[in-house]
Design a protein. Structure first.
Length: 642
């Protein structure tokens, strides 16, 4: 046996000799950022060995200076004796996503209002199949001594004009006390089907005005929960945090690989339900004082992997050819089935999936974007951890998924992080001094860079001559911001540690980071190009381009076109539509008609599998350049660069 003392967390953990340090930290609930899930490819799980020795070795991710200071990769380290380890606060940058955060309510209101107008304009109803009604029962006596259930059913038959009632055991357990708390005056929440009702909740007294639901977006990186008043359709509260599954990998493939090992599937299910969703839901209850039993409906949207792991379903066949999802349409679910901290009889609905890599987040996004009701040719691009693209109009919709990876949310970048406090979200570089001007989220110092900042940075580095069109840093630049390590890998310093209090290491973006991002942007552009090519079309036919996903409102369209992420078309056609998955979930929550439309969208979308499409790899390779090997595809960029 050996002991590991994590000084940064003041926690001592016993382990077997030879145990992997990253695995040990996970078991001890100590977060170490490891986007590659321990494959030694990202280099982000650096920790500092303060005392003792271990089985590890230096690799390309650790500089000579870091090695001298005692830095090691947790995923490449085996414990051989008692050691003392420090987890740098930099490694907790991804944990900013784990904290419960507020939101920009004005932006939210605009997005939700626009989506509701879409419902109004297309004649869809806001009604749902859930109702709430106050009733008064005859109190029992020696002459009228039928059971509580029979008494309730008798009154319901009389008042509602139906044949009978149905309910779950949890309703029966609370019924005797609830009936007597206010002299047999109660409020029922129920679903009516044909000539029968299913009771979802029973409350003492008149509670007709209290009826709530949850709209939920389960993203690979972040999760958002909205509490909605189902009587007024008002959004009462919205909160978000990172997806706790991130500690097991930044992308869906790494999470699938982790989930199918040993008994890890249950670990992954608990990470999203117990460690992420329920704390968010409980924070809403604390803030609003709402009784969880009045939350009787939830609509949840996520990509196919997230939905599969949420339900605790074996996910491995999603990533193995021929890429078969376990389900497309949501099974019938109640709160008790999925472990959410809401009414146990609540109705749970998951937005339908289309394929292994186009899930309910995209069908919900398409619902909120209104492609299904428009005559205009619309290109819908979701720039989250996974890259999904839809093209079409009210007559057809084609879709595909790109292996973009998590670069747009900071993954795969040395100092990358999601768009939260401390993230660099905008960058400009002085052409003479090469000094950067940084815009940082929040009031504090920078701790990393998010997706929109990375796009700005690479664009600026290209325009100011720091990198060439391959993404390689130019040698011979006599500037303190540009340097090369012992492996001759070039890097640009965004922030020196000496310039910012609390910054433990310089914030740098290197050629490996740039290459990772170029591959990600190349996957998006080539995916969109091939999707249109499959229809015999090109970008000239596009009327609108909707950008959705976690990259944020600060995405610079001009810079995105200049580096070849987005097509070079009229800038007026572009519009950012925010978290379209969440908005689509909200619409399906408040409108049964919208929910049915969501199901239609899922069944009508045609999926194109890029991995077997004849020209995709050629187009992808061509797009892994700034902006593209065929500069004539970007006429306005060609003019700027020349």
């Amino acid at each position: 046996m050996a002991k590991v003392f994590f000084k940064s967390h003041n926690k001592e953990v016993q382990c077997e000799v030879g145990e992997n340090l990253l695995d040990l930290a996970r078991k001890a609930d100590i977060f170490i950022d490891a986007p590659c899930n321990g494959s030694q490819s990202c280099g982000k799980c650096k920790v500092k060995l303060l005392d003792g020795k271990c089985d590890t070795e230096k690799n390309i991710h650790i500089s000579d200076d870091e090695w001298e200071q005692g830095y090691i990769l947790a995923c490449a380290t085996k414990v051989t004796e008692d050691i003392v380890v420090d987890v740098p606060s930099k490694l907790s940058s991804s944990m900013h996503g784990m904290k419960i955060e507020g939101s920009d309510k004005k932006v939210d209101k605009d997005l939700f209002d626009r989506a509701k107008k879409l419902i109004d304009d297309n004649g869809l109803s806001y009604s749902t199949n859930i109702e709430k009604r106050y009733i008064e029962l005859e109190e029992p006596s020696l002459d009228d001594n039928i059971s509580d259930v029979d008494r309730l059913e008798r009154q319901v038959r009389q008042d509602f004009g139906i044949d009978g009632i149905d309910f779950r055991l949890d309703i029966l357990r609370k019924m005797p006390k609830v009936l007597r708390e206010n002299n047999f005056k109660v409020t029922l929440t129920y679903v009516k089907k044909r000539n029968k009702i299913t009771i979802l909740n029973i409350e003492s007294g008149n509670k007709e005005g209290e009826l709530y639901g949850l709209a939920i977006d389960i993203g690979t990186t972040s999760v958002v929960v909205c509490l909605v008043n189902l009587i007024t359709n008002e959004i009462i509260e919205k909160t978000s945090s990172g997806n706790s599954q991130i500690r097991y990998g930044a992308d869906v493939i790494n999470r699938i690989v982790f989930a199918v090992r040993k008994d890890n599937l249950e670990i992954m299910r608990k990470a999203i339900v117990e460690d992420t969703l329920n704390p968010l839901i409980e924070s809403i209850y604390e803030k609003t004082g709402i009784d969880k039993n009045n939350v009787i409906r939830a609509v949840i949207s996520g990509n196919t992997t997230m939905s599969t792991l949420f339900l605790g379903i074996y996910p491995d066949y999603l990533r193995l050819e021929p890429y078969i999802p376990p389900y497309l349409k949501s099974p019938r679910l109640m709160g008790e089935d999925v472990g959410l901290n809401i009414n146990q009889s609540a109705l749970i609905y998951l937005s339908p999936n289309v394929a292994s890599y186009v899930g309910g987040d995209i069908t919900a996004g398409v619902l909120s974007a209104g492609i299904w009701a428009s005559e205009e040719n619309t290109l819908f691009i979701d720039l989250g951890t996974n890259g999904e693209i839809v093209f079409g109009n009210k007559d057809f919709m084609m879709c595909c998924a790109c292996s973009a990876g998590p670069a747009f949310e900071g993954g795969g970048i040395s100092c990358g992080m999601r768009a939260s406090a401390g993230a660099i979200e905008k960058v400009s570089i002085d052409k003479d001094t090469l000094e950067p001007k940084l815009t940082i989220i929040g009031e504090g110092n920078p701790i990393g860079i998010c997706g929109s900042g990375i796009i700005d940075l690479i664009c600026q580095m290209l325009l100011k001559g720091v990198i060439d069109r391959r993404g390689k840093i130019q040698k011979g630049l006599d500037n303190r911001r540009v340097r090369f390590n012992e492996h001759e890998i070039g890097e640009y310093v965004l922030a020196f540690k000496d310039d910012y209090e609390g910054l433990e290491n310089d914030l740098v973006v290197n050629e490996v980071d740039i290459d990772n991002f170029i591959r990600a942007k190349g996957a998006i552009y080539s995916g969109a190009s091939v999707l249109l090519e499959s229809l015999g079309m090109d970008f000239e036919v596009i009327d609108k381009v909707y950008i959705a996903g976690g990259i944020g409102n600060n995405l610079d369209i001009e810079n995105s076109i200049l580096i070849g992420l987005l097509p070079d078309v009229d800038r007026s056609k572009f519009k950012y539509i925010g978290n379209s998955s969440l908005v689509g979930s909200y619409l399906a929550l408040i409108s049964s008609d919208a929910k049915h439309k969501l199901e239609e969208i899922g069944s009508q979308m045609t999926y194109v599998e890029l991995s077997v499409y004849p020209t995709y790899m050629d187009e992808f390779v061509s797009a892994c350049f700034l902006p593209h090997t065929n500069i004539d595809s970007f006429p306005t960029v060609k003019e700027i660069l020349e």
